[in-house]
Ligand binder design. Structure first.
Ligand code: SF4
Length: 396
């Protein structure tokens, strides 16, 4: 049986970033203990839940990811409790990747000690910009020097796998300031980076302001889409020069430092998400993909139980669509023989016209004769490409 990836959502933030519409927020610390107790209860009930859903729940996990939110706002004692519960329910492989997301400047020394003690071996820093004015304008609370100090602190604590997130397209960002952030990232010598093109959610504060044509949150200073695309493209070349190869639309790493956890999503390997607004994919005993999610309402989540509805088993057509739009995110692309083996040759033939059209439009390319991958332009227009696979009629 596959090894599991475990995701734990910790939805607490010190302030709300203007562009963010995740199910996260600023809540009193009193919620933290209740939340961890709820998570522990969910973890305890997992095995019986999986049995009743006819879902194969692996006994062992080789990745854990604490995201959110800002997991490092939890008190050290709560972090230890959570890891104790996790290890009680799942055997962790000796080389398990254990990642925690961190907002720079929001990790007190005892918290870092607790993370190291619990076996955390990877930290993903949501820096977004190393230019102080840009970070501040979006509600981030750190400066460049604080971010750099934090990277040094986690390394000194023995956590050497460090990732930095940057966003191309923040309000006020220019090509010069973008290269300034990339240059600082280069100086850190990190082995992994995530580069996102700003996608303003209509429900975020910044999104609502942009829709209304207002100027709050520096909404008028969001760069044009073309410039954002240019910044992203420039970053790909710049990072490649540092030895950080693009392996997914938004992710770059030195060989061997790719995120094992996130790759499970794109390769459709089983993962279980616990906590607020967490998504899961397990396999049934017959091999069907079972998808389910928790509520995004904190009070509702605390009132439990977490999984109100039974998982939904995907049809074969839906699974094939997923295989395309998740697998194509990876630079390695999709293996056609593997697809045929999983879904049958006629089913894959049913996508032939879509692939041919996208290839003709320069969005997909055939590689090594038996793989299909996005072109650089396809990566810029990936949502358009994925939508075309969704529109694919059901295979006969
Ligand atoms: S720290 Fe992350 S989750 Fe929290 S508000 Fe900012 S972007 Fe959203």
């Amino acid at each position: 049986m596959d090894l599991l990836g475990l995701y734990l959502s910790i939805p607490f933030c010190r302030s709300k970033c203007t562009y963010c519409n995740f199910a996260s927020g600023v809540f009193p610390a009193a919620y933290h203990e209740r939340y961890i107790a709820r998570l522990e209860e969910d973890l305890r009930g997992l095995r019986s839940g999986a049995k009743s859903w006819n879902a194969a729940l692996p006994d062992a996990a080789n990745s854990i990811y604490l995201g959110g939110g800002t997991p490092t706002l939890l008190a050290p004692a709560l972090i230890r409790r959570l890891f104790t519960s996790l290890r009680r329910e799942f055997a962790l492989t000796p080389t398990a990747e254990i990642t925690v997301e961190c907002a720079p400047g929001q990790m007190e020394p005892p918290v870092l000690d607790a993370l190291a003690e619990c076996g955390v071996n990877r930290i993903s820093f949501g820096v977004q910009s190393f230019v102080d004015s840009e970070a501040r304008q979006t509600g981030r609370l750190h400066s460049r020097s604080v971010a750099l100090e934090d990277i040094a602190r986690v390394r000194a604590a023995g956590i050497h796998a460090v990732s930095v997130d940057l966003i191309a397209g923040l309000p006020g960002q220019t090509q010069d300031s973008w290269f300034e952030s990339l240059g600082v990232l280069a100086d850190t010598g990190v082995d992994h980076a995530s580069i996102y093109m700003l996608e303003v959610d209509d429900e975020s504060r910044l999104g609502r302001e942009m829709l209304a044509g207002g100027g709050r949150y520096h909404a008028q200073q969001v760069p044009e889409d073309d410039l954002i695309a240019e910044m992203y493209t420039e970053a790909i070349g710049f990072l490649a020069g540092l030895g950080l190869a693009q392996y997914e639309i938004s992710n770059f790493a030195r060989p061997g430092y790719e995120s094992r956890h996130n790759r499970k999503y794109w390769r459709r390997e089983p993962y279980l998400g616990c906590g607020l607004d967490a998504h899961s994919m397990l396999r049934s005993y017959t091999g069907a993909a079972l998808r389910f999610a928790t509520t995004d309402d904190l009070e509702g989540y605390l009132a439990g139980p977490a999984w109100r509805e039974s998982p939904r088993a995907l049809s074969r057509e839906e699974e094939l669509e997923e295989a395309w739009f998740l697998g194509l995110r990876l630079n390695e692309g999709m293996s056609l023989p593997a697809l045929r083996e999983e879904f049958s040759a006629p089913a894959v033939r049913g996508c032939r016209d879509t692939v041919a059209e996208l290839e003709h439009e320069g969005l997909l390319r055939l590689a090594d004769g038996d793989r299909v991958a996005l072109t650089p332009r396809g990566r810029l227009l990936s949502n358009e490409v994925f939508a075309r696979f969704l529109a694919e009629p059901a295979a006969p």
